[in-house]
Design a protein around this ligand. Sequence first.
Ligand SMILES: Nc1ncnc2c1ncn2[C@@H]1O[C@H](COP(=O)(O)OP(=O)(O)OP(=O)(O)O)[C@@H](O)[C@H]1O
Ligand SMILES: O=C(O)[C@@H](O)C(=O)CO
Length: 420
Amino acid sequence: MRLGVIADDFTGATDIASFLVQNGLTTIQFNGIPASEEMTKAQAIVISLKSRSCPADQAVAQSLAALAWLQKQGCERFYFKYCSTFDSTAQGNIGPVTDALLNALGEAQTVICPALPVNGRTVYQGYLFVGDQLLSDSGMRHHPVTPMQDSNLMRLMTSQATGKAGLIAAAQIDQGAESVRQALDQLAEQGINYVVTDTLHQGHLLTLGEALSDRRLVTGGSGLAIGLARQWATAETDAEAEKAGRPHGDRAVVLSGSCSQMTNRQVAAYRQLAPACEIEIEHCLEDAEGYARQLCDWVEANSHQTLAPLLYATADAQQLQVIQQRYGAQRSSEAVEQLFAAVTRELKGRGWQRFIVAGGETSGVVAQSLGVTAFHIGPTISPGVPWVRDIHQPLSLALKSGNFGDEDFFRRAQTEFTYV
Ligand SMILES: Nc1ncnc2c1ncn2[C@@H]1O[C@H](COP(=O)(O)OP(=O)(O)OP(=O)(O)O)[C@@H](O)[C@H]1O
Ligand SMILES: O=C(O)[C@@H](O)C(=O)CO
């Protein structure tokens, strides 16, 4: 059995890949749809797209192209991975992409399972929670691109897709996998296309994995991958899964371009332990290349300590507001991204091999600047954040979604692993 995953963003793809590996499947991740028919022996292939907030027709076209490529690789089961906070608008892209994938596979029904209890995302009576708050009461209410102002997954799904939505509630999942299968069949008889699955804890994900292991298409966050991977893993694959992705290389740097609350805490904690340098927006706007060289000189001069130096643009909400008012939101974020791109290229040229990065967009920029197109997934640093290792070059990366990881993440990424 080979699984093909279509993920709608970069760190989201790494997130699910990490759970697949941790639960025993050998996994490889491609950045975009590979141009060639590159064959791989991995049990799971994850393709990361940038389809979360582009126009819906583009997201559909990209996802169908990814599906076709995965089918050519012999994948028989498919997983559409979106965000555990269901990031989308009334136009999509979760609904239109789900419809297109169902249609292409000749299927009428799939599940909607964004839950990831280990990171506080649970679903009860079809309502999505972030920690102890409804999604629509959480910070996601004010997301700049995909503000989430409803928490009811059935309503969210039907507002952006063409079919009908229903629910399998927690009490039914408590009855076991056979009971879930029966509920799916009953809902199919009623013409329900999108089955929202309650999930309060990991036990529910394990039951769902058992009930859904023969489904051609599932959709969700990364949590369901735990249950599914455990169905397909063998003792042999479990022993092999993380090996190819183990971190290596001897020069490390931490690059933080996320302004999330968690990243702010991580930067504050790490600044107490290691050399740290704040990136100044004004200098990025004036001369990104020259400024990048200066920052790399600083990194080089501060690289002889146990912990790697940190370059950060991370700002709290108040600081960010001041910056955005002064320089414009788009202009300042583009300037920061260009700076990280220039720093990454320069450090790679100077022999840096290990990059620890915070922020989804920032991770995309760094991976692109390094020319990373495919990587093996290694051991997990925090739930959903693994070390990954480039297939073609001697580079290791830790790519962290803004809100993931604990306060001590940057230190642990370095001290808790052996570099081979
Ligand atoms: N000080 C700053 N001023 C203006 N823009 C900034 C600043 N620091 C970071 N940015 C920009 O903010 C954006 C942060 O996005 P990114 O996806 O990297 O982090 P995130 O949104 O926290 O992570 P995720 O998408 O994984 O939740 C980037 O475009 C980055 O360049
Ligand atoms: O599912 C999540 O929360 C993450 O993998 C993600 O997609 C963040 O952008």
